[in-house]
Design a protein around this ligand. Sequence first.
Ligand SMILES: CCC(=O)SCCNC(=O)CCNC(=O)[C@H](O)C(C)(C)COP(=O)(O)OP(=O)(O)OC[C@H]1O[C@@H](n2cnc3c(N)ncnc32)[C@H](O)[C@@H]1OP(=O)(O)O
Length: 303
Amino acid sequence: MVLRCVGHLHQLLYRNASRIPRQRGKAVYSGASEVWNEIKKKLQAFPGGSVDLIKKESGIAVLTINNPDRMNAFSGTMMLELQDHVTQLEAWTNGKGLIVTGAAGTFCSGSDLNAVRALSNSEDGIKMCMFMQDTLTRLLRLPLISVALVEGRALGGGAEVTTACDFRLMALASEIQFVHKQIGLVPGWGGAARLVRIVGSENALKLLSSAQKVNASYAEQIGLSDGVLSPLETLDTTLAQAEKWLSDFTGGPSPVIQAVKKVVVSGRELPLQDALRMERDIFGSVWGGPANLEALALKFKHK
Ligand SMILES: CCC(=O)SCCNC(=O)CCNC(=O)[C@H](O)C(C)(C)COP(=O)(O)OP(=O)(O)OC[C@H]1O[C@@H](n2cnc3c(N)ncnc32)[C@H](O)[C@@H]1OP(=O)(O)O
């Protein structure tokens, strides 16, 4: 009887699920399609490297920033590829987790300085900034639990990319460095706004104004890193270690994991009243759903 009621309620609520405001794919800047087309054309003119996406059966995807000749700097075409992959991941209904990493033992040295030099007028700079803000905001909002696996260096825009993941894991000898000040800049890919939320405004101010190298232990101390990976004498590769770490949070069916991430995103981004409504709608999408009914039937005990 209880289950029938739950099932009925789920049907009622599920009808409303299609009305759940979409968190996914929401643009940071709306109505800017001409600007997008223009900047995409410009980015296309700076080729090199790739951003590779592997989606595994387990529901974990691995996104690799791959331009080792330039310490995994982001070329223009890599920025475009990253955006395409984020669009693909937004639609991945079986997904649960995402690991963002760099090729060849280092994370990313930011924007390709050749592109930076060529697009150094402020109009182009602002367009690139809008493009990357949009992509990285959507990356952080993905309904997947994401972790940046940092080996080697994460510099400039590379440091900003680490903040577009829910968590960061750092190899023992790795460093995150917001070098922007040293090249007369501030973060522009949304990295400052996210850093303040991760480490607080005082720590963010220290990191941005000193451009200091943040090693794994200091990063952990200020809450920038969520764990230090063991040196590679262990049997596991760093990727395997990251997958193992992530599995503590991605166990269970994907609709539930995705719902967990969505309530956190709305709690983080929306005013309380809107976050509560969103939470109600997301709750409605899992209440009486298969995982919920199965657990109720098992008379699950949390011992
Ligand atoms: C959003 C704002 C931004 O992201 S602005 C970009 C901020 N990034 C930087 O300023 C990084 C500048 N690069 C460096 O400080 C060093 O190359 C680092 C990354 C520390 C690596 O040093 P090291 O291990 O000695 O290697 P290296 O300098 O010989 O570099 C190997 C080759 O890679 C290149 N490289 C490196 N970073 C970039 C980059 N961001 N854009 C373009 N190319 C880059 C180096 O120039 C070098 O190339 P080459 O072997 O000289 O042809």
